[in-house]
Design a protein around this ligand. Structure first.
Ligand code: HEM
Length: 438
């Protein structure tokens, strides 16, 4: 039941530690920077054209991958975690403004430098990127670890977030070694680590964080029942154990191939289970209002299911370009859709909340406050959803027919994320208009 006048249809705001919320600029700087990185990635695809999609090892594709995974996904997830820690776990980040400024600056410059290094092949750029990215992610990991320990909660979200943060540490650690292979003459590129790096990134850091956050936000925002207690407790642990098994298998001699099957099977089963349970919860929800965020979640979960099928089929060499399809389904179909769906809930809610606080502080108790749907109009969010939905099959098709479709797919991507950026910016403008009039 909703006790507030926010118009978002059901979250019990009093249950959350809202008074601990950090300044609006803390998460917003991450959310407003992120779509620009996808626009830059689309620009790279437009510039380089079909050659970028001709193999997973092409340097423009590596640059596109990191503009998206670090510039968009990590950027938003890092911003959202700093917002969620105080609200969901009553464990605020110390010195939030200073901490977020440092992390944001280091992550932004580091990602740009890594992208530039990948495009130009200049070792110096890799080295500066290693320092900035390494420092930025390390500060973030240390701060979150401190907040999680202090939260002293055994809630499933806390343990999933902790496992996600460990996975980020592994991903970034291997990423730095790989970058060293490009930047340092003394180090040969250890390509046997690349698969480990990307699996820990996508199915560890991104996947586990999405699961942990889903436990809270799916029931809260989409008015579903809670996830079953046994799933909440064991799923992240099972997935983490499967990641460990799979990694050990990759590093051990071929005779341990059965470990790949065991680890891969565990990961596949775990993620398929998560997608099916979430879709089922949404199917049975109490109030079925059409809502763009839920549509993004559905798109994400269907993509996750497809990705797991492609992964299995690719393992049996049934597909051409299977690796690219898998990457597109996981990164664009699953992760980017979840994150966009979350933005459409978190951003209007935060703008509404801060506006409310602002008007109260200004003594304007009776002032008219726009509801969340007025801050970010549904119609425009829906258009943006359709454009992002259209970009996904275009991108998948471009992986099959790069000559024909790379540039049209890049245009779709550019358009979809320019629209996302514009929508977010417009929400902020509405907020500022009301603040000024107060
Ligand atoms: C400190 C941060 C990071 C650094 C320095 C870094 C560096 C690198 C480097 C140098 C490669 C190329 C490896 C090769 O040529 O074999 C690579 C590949 C890759 N990275 Fe990262 N990375 C970072 C973070 C991430 C994150 C957070 C993700 C995902 C969430 C990610 C996803 C990927 C993927 C998917 C590939 C493989 C692309 C392919 O094989 O086609 N990286 N990374």
């Amino acid at each position: 039941m909703c006790y507030c006048k926010c118009g978002h249809g059901g979250m019990n705001a009093t249950a959350l530690s809202l008074e601990q919320t950090p300044p609006l600029s803390v998460p917003l700087r991450f959310f407003l920077t992120a779509p620009l990185f996808v626009m830059a990635a689309a620009g790279v695809l437009l510039w380089y054209g079909p050659v970028a999609l001709s193999s997973r090892w092409m340097s423009p594709l590596l640059a596109v991958t990191h503009l998206v995974t670090l510039g968009f996904l990590a950027m938003i997830m890092v911003g959202a975690v700093q917002q969620l820690l105080p609200i969901l776990m009553a464990s605020p980040v110390p010195r939030p403004r200073l901490t977020s400024t440092m992390i944001h600056l280091l992550l932004t410059t580091g990602t740009l430098l890594l992208g530039a290094g990948m495009l130009t092949g200049r070792p110096g750029l890799f080295i500066v990127a290693m320092v900035t990215l390494g420092l930025g992610l390390l500060i973030f990991i240390a701060v979150v670890a401190y907040c999680l320990v202090r939260a002293r909660s055994s809630h499933a979200t806390v343990s999933a977030m902790a496992l996600a943060i460990i996975s980020l540490l592994v991903t970034a650690g291997i990423g730095l070694v790989l970058a060293g292979g490009y930047g340092l003459a003394s180090l040969q590129l250890p390509r046997y680590l690349t698969d480990l790096h990307l699996i820990w990134g996508m199915l560890g850091w991104v996947g586990l964080l999405v699961i942990g956050v889903a436990y809270q936000v799916v029931p809260m925002f989409q008015l579903t029942s809670n996830y079953p207690a046994v799933v909440m407790r064991w799923l992240p642990r099972l997935l983490f154990a499967a990641l460990l098994l799979w990694s050990a298998a990759l590093l051990l001699p071929d005779s341990y191939y059965w470990l790949v099957l065991l680890g891969g099977g565990g990961l596949g089963a775990g993620y398929i289970g998560f997608a099916m349970i979430t879709l089922l919860l949404q199917q049975r929800r109490r109030r079925r209002v059409s809502d763009v965020s839920t549509d993004f979640w559905r798109l994400a979960l269907v993509s996750l299911l497809l990705a797991m099928l492609v992964w299995g089929a690719d393992g049996f060499s049934l597909l051409q370009q299977g690796e690219l399809l898998l990457g597109i389904l996981l990164i664009m179909g699953f992760a980017m859709s979840v994150v966009s769906g979350m933005l459409y809930k978190i951003v209007p809610f935060l703008l509404w909340l801060h506006l409310n606080n602002h008007l109260q502080v200004a003594g304007r108790w009776g002032a008219k406050i726009p509801n969340m749907k007025q801050i970010l109009p549904q119609q425009r969010s829906r258009w943006q959803f359709w454009s992002q939905l259209a970009a996904l099959p275009m991108m998948l098709a471009a992986a099959q027919w790069p000559e024909l479709l790379t540039r049209p797919a890049a245009v779709c991507l550019l358009f979809a994320f320019a629209l996302l950026w514009w929508n977010l910016l417009d929400g902020v403008r509405t907020y500022l208009r009301y603040v000024r009039s107060a």
